[in-house]
Ligand binder design. Structure first.
Ligand code: DGY
Length: 323
């Protein structure tokens, strides 16, 4: 009989993933909370496990990996993003890394479009005005925003999510879809999206969606100089990673009127403190990293993470194999 492999799950997650692991004969333990596991607890509980089922809030570095004590074969994150995992440290220890691509594409793309509409059409200001008793007789010049029809949309990162956003925006009648990425992608033609250099994306787009990962290349790509190149009436939405935007520069740009408005589902840091000026800026909407918050996605993310772990245990190809 083979060894009974131990898997540690760092949070309460949809049961489907845990069930798959248990049915496959794994010995599953988990941090029984909706809150992130404290690092010192993780270091204790990871000892002797073969698989780690973690979240984007868990920093997985050499110290954590060493605490596992040599048994660890796979770190599987229940997220698309894996910037919280030290890939070099995993490689040095011959530990595989997996993520959950595909299964949250629709939920994040839908959220991005919702945030774009929320921001461009000033919908939260409208809701607040009603609550505050500011809704008087109809006024021709009140709470006017920007419509998408005939506008140029710029997408930074035309991966699955960026493509999903572009595909959903096409029926709004946008005039052009521009994208910038590390390389040109063939499927851009399916939605009529044109590759442009970053400077052109900034200067020609009315609405910009950040849909990329956080990498050394994308870190603080939206900074003072980028905001100066954008149109003064431009709307910026971020559902990728907070670190792609330099937040002090964004605040300055909003205050100075260098851009019209921003909608952020991801921020730097997370959570953004409730008293942060961006939270209270009238032209900024901040959501609490809700892109993949649908039961459909979360159940699939849990299952995919479990399947990734089992694939590595069984020397099979994992769906979300990072390295
Ligand atoms: C991911 O999967 O990386 C998302 O940011 C979580 O919603």
């Amino acid at each position: 009989m083979g060894i009974r492999r131990k898997v540690f799950v760092t949070r309460r997650v949809p049961q489907t993933g845990v069930q798959l692991l248990e049915e496959a004969g794994c010995d599953v333990t988990f941090w029984d909370s909706d809150e992130a596991i404290p690092r010192e607890e993780l270091i204790v509980r990871i000892s002797g496990v073969h698989g780690l089922f973690c979240m984007l809030t868990d920093i997985i570095d050499g110290e954590v990996l060493d605490a596992a004590g040599g048994s660890l074969q796979v770190v599987a994150t229940m997220s698309v993003g894996y910037e919280h995992i030290d890939l070099d440290a995993c490689r040095e220890r011959d530990i595989r890394v997996c993520n959950t691509p595909n299964v949250s594409t629709d939920s994040v793309a839908e959220l991005t479009v919702a945030l774009l509409l929320l921001t461009a059409r000033r919908l939260l200001e409208g809701v607040q005005a009603v609550k505050d008793g500011q809704w008087g007789k109809w006024k021709p010049m009140w709470l006017c925003g920007m419509e998408m029809a005939q506008k140029t949309v710029g997408i930074l990162g035309l991966g699955r999510i960026g493509y999903g956003v572009a595909r959903r925006l096409k029926p709004f009648g946008v005039k052009r879809i521009l994208y910038h990425d590390v390389c040109r992608v063939g499927y851009a033609a399916d939605i009529g999206a044109s590759f442009v250099e970053f400077d052109k994306l900034l200067s020609e787009s009315d609405l910009i969606c950040i849909c990329c990962n956080l990498t050394p290349q994308t870190k603080h790509k939206f900074n003072k100089s980028a905001f100066k190149q954008m149109k003064k009436n431009a709307i910026l939405v971020n559902s990728g990673r907070g670190g792609v935007i330099q937040h002090n520069d964004l605040l300055e740009a909003l205050v100075a009127g260098d851009i019209a408005a921003a909608g952020l589902d991801v921020t730097e840091p997370e959570p953004l403190p409730a008293d942060h000026p961006l939270v209270h800026h009238p032209n900024c909407i901040v959501l609490p990293h809700m892109g993949s918050n649908t039961w459909d996605s979360r159940i699939n993310m849990s299952e995919t993470t479990a399947k990734n772990i089992l694939s590595i245990f069984h020397n099979e190809n994992a769906m979300g194999f990072v390295q």
